[in-house]
Design a protein. Structure first.
Length: 115
């Protein structure tokens, strides 16, 4: 079955960097994305990348975060630079499978940015 396993979260000071990874298995993946959810907030889209490599970002992370994927390894990445305390959240990997675009979620990884 489809599995998405995130890694790379942790505690970092404001201005620092982290790189999240999401290892995907059990399917052929179309678009992949990172979402995040802070306590008391709704889950929000951070960045998305298509199978062909087209990307989009939430306005709040543009210029600071970079999404990428290695299709040969079925791995999704999120490079996060210039982190701010408001980036603190649980980050979730999302992937949609071919051919029916069914969405799957990882278990989440905690990112905490201290001021």
């Amino acid at each position: 079955q489809v599995q998405l396993v995130e890694s790379g979260g942790g505690l970092v000071q404001a201005g620092g960097s982290l790189r999240l990874s999401c290892a995907a298995s059990g399917g052929t993946f179309r678009s992949m994305a990172w979402y995040r959810q802070a306590p008391g907030d709704q889950r929000e889209l951070v960045a998305r990348i298509s199978e062909g490599g087209s990307v989009m970002y939430a306005d709040s992370v543009k210029g600071r975060f970079t999404i990428s994927r290695d299709n040969a390894k079925d791995t999704l990445y999120l490079q996060m630079n210039s982190l701010k305390p408001e980036d603190t959240a649980v980050y979730y990997c999302n992937a949609r499978t071919f051919p029916f675009n069914i969405p799957y979620w990882g278990q989440g990884t905690q990112v905490t940015v201290s001021s």
